[in-house]
Design a protein around this ligand. Structure first.
Ligand SMILES: Cc1ncc(COP(=O)(O)OP(=O)(O)O)c(N)n1
Ligand SMILES: Cc1ncsc1CCOP(=O)(O)O
Length: 218
C-alpha cells in the first residue's frame, strides 16, 4: 500500500470561501499545528497561473510540516508544483488515465459513492478513496448524502484506505466511532473556525480516541 492509512486520519480540504480575510497559507499553517495529517488544495474557479501560485504558497507550508499536499482535480497544477498527488471525482478524469499521466509514484485519491465505483477506482490504481457526504454538506451542495452502512460496505470491499467526508464536525464526529473508514476529511469544521488550530486539535483528539478504542479499520 502506497499511502499509510494513518496519513488520512485528519484530512483538510481547503476552501477560500471560509477565510474571512485570513490568508490560506496562514490558516493551513494553523491547522497543521493542530494536527491535520494531509491537505488537499481545492479550487473550483481559478485561472491556472493563480492556482499554481497558490499551490506553491500552500506547499511551502505543507513541506515545512512534512505533510503531503494533494491537488483537487488538476494534474497540471500537481505536476507544476511537485505536489504529492491528485484527488479526482466520478465526473473528472478517470483514475486509470490519471495514473497513466502521473506515473506510479504520485498519490491518487478518488471519490466513490458505491461499492462498484470503489472497486473500479482501486483497480484503476487509486491509492485511497473519499466517500460521502456522510452528514450532507453545506460546502458542496451538489453532493448526495451517503448512508454510514454504505461507507462501511465500501471499506469492507477494498484494501486501499478510505476517508469519510461531508458535514463532519466536532459535534457529530463521534457518530463515526466504530465505522470502518481510516480517517475523516473536513472543510468548514477547519476553515470556518475562529481558531483553526484549536479546531484541528479538538477534532484530532476525538479521532485519536476513536481509533485507540476501535483499533485499526482494516
Ligand atoms: C477526500 C475527498 N473526498 C471526496 C472529495 C470530493 O471530490 P469530487 O467528487 O471530485 O468533488 P469536488 O471536490 O471536485 O467538488 C474530495 N474533494 N476530497
Ligand atoms: C468536497 C466534498 N465532497 C463531498 S462533501 C464535500 C465538502 C465537505 O465540506 P464540509 O466538511 O464543509 O461539509
Amino acid at each position: 500500500m502506497k499511502i499509510d492509512p494513518q496519513l488520512l486520519r485528519l484530512y483538510a480540504v481547503t476552501d477560500r470561501g471560509h477565510l474571512n480575510g485570513r490568508s490560506l497559507p496562514d490558516v493551513v499553517d494553523e491547522i497543521l499545528a493542530g494536527g491535520v495529517t494531509i491537505v488537499q488544495l481545492r479550487e473550483k474557479d481559478m485561472l491556472l497561473e493563480d492556482f499554481i501560485r497558490e499551490a506553491l504558497a500552500v506547499k511551502k507550508v505543507t513541506d515545512r510540516w512534512g505533510v503531503p499536499l494533494i491537488i483537487n482535480d488538476n494534474i497540471q497544477v500537481c505536476q507544476a508544483v511537485s505536489a504529492a498527488g491528485v484527488h479526482v471525482g466520478q465526473s473528472d478524469m478517470e483514475a486509470g488515465q490519471v495514473r497513466r499521466l502521473l506515473g506510479p509514484e504520485k498519490i491518487i485519491g478518488v471519490t466513490a459513492k458505491t461499492v462498484e465505483q470503489a472497486l473500479a477506482a482501486q483497480a484503476a490504481g487509486a491509492d485511497y478513496l473519499g466517500c460521502g457526504a456522510v452528514f450532507g454538506s453545506a460546502t458542496k451542495l451538489d453532493t448526495k448524502k451517503m448512508e454510514l452502512d454504505t461507507l462501511d460496505d465500501i471499506c469492507r470491499h477494498v484494501s486501499i484506505p478510505v476517508v469519510a467526508i461531508g458535514g463532519i464536525s466536532f459535534e457529530n464526529i463521534s457518530q463515526l466511532s466504530g465505522r470502518l473508514m481510516d480517517g475523516v476529511a473536513a472543510v468548514s469544521a477547519l476553515f470556518s473556525a475562529g481558531n483553526p488550530k484549536k479546531a484541528a486539535q479538538d477534532l484530532r483528539e476525538k479521532i485519536d480516541s476513536m481509533y485507540s478504542s476501535a483499533g485499526s479499520a482494516k
